[in-house]
Ligand binder design. Sequence first.
Ligand code: ZN
Length: 318
Amino acid sequence: MNHLSQSQLNLFSSATIDRMARTVGDVDELDVLANSDHARFLPVYDTKVLVANKTGRLAAAAMEQAELSSRFSCVNPPVYLGCKNDLHYFAVEVISAEKDVKQFADLRQSAALLNDNDAALLGYALAILTWQRNHQHCGACGAPTITRQGGHVLQCTAPTCAREHYPRTDPAIIVLVEHGDRALFGRKAEWPIHRYSTIAGFVEPGESAEQAVVREVAEETGVEVIESCYHSSQPWPFPGSLMLGYTACAGHSQIRLNDQELEEARWLSRQELADLMVCGEFLPPPPISISFRLIEDWFNRQHNIPFRVWCENNSANR
Ligand SMILES: [Zn+2]
């Protein structure tokens, strides 16, 4: 499977929305679109998104202008996200009445109940509005910023500065390290009991993603990575990361928790992992995460029961 196909299987990256790059810069056209019958608005309140319950599943609550105006006050002009099936989507930060607050959901917790497109659309809306909220002042001179380009640029209002700020995405690596038939798992002290994941960390300035893989694995586990291979990526809108997924081979299996970021790191074969899951002593990362997918791909390579089926069959993982 190629990298594009792999990435499209990661939740939050599967949107087929047309981002309409040329339209974003045309203020008049955006105004017409926002006031047309084809406009749909996705309200975001603080760090939460509005979802609708549809017979047990959740869906993005995409509403028309009239409903938006009757229910919410908007904080800033809506941000144009793009077009899909002749509908134009806008993300809009709202002030919510007390009675409506409980309708907003934590996307991280509700994503598994959304279809792929709605999860991606809401992730996109949440990420860009969170960036806007955190950049109301120019990082260079401190003057207030105003929105440009359909909300995709924040420009400093100080005439002597006028700097343009673009949406920020923080790259992070996440890697499944193998040594023989075993893979490396770590857990942090603050995670739920028995929760394990693959090794992850932010890419630092002046560093390539591949160098970050080597450094993070060495810092957190003392294991030396001798080879790495790109797998896929996943936007992670909590608040604005891009996870770069890798697989890697280790030169040795000796573990040393150098930076104490992990409480524990351990090597597990597929069978050892499966056995631990049966007795509830291995809780995998959430199925919406790229970490889960890296483990799934590794597990499925040599196990006759698919990892997702194995997880569903073990109640300890629900
Ligand atoms: Zn400025």
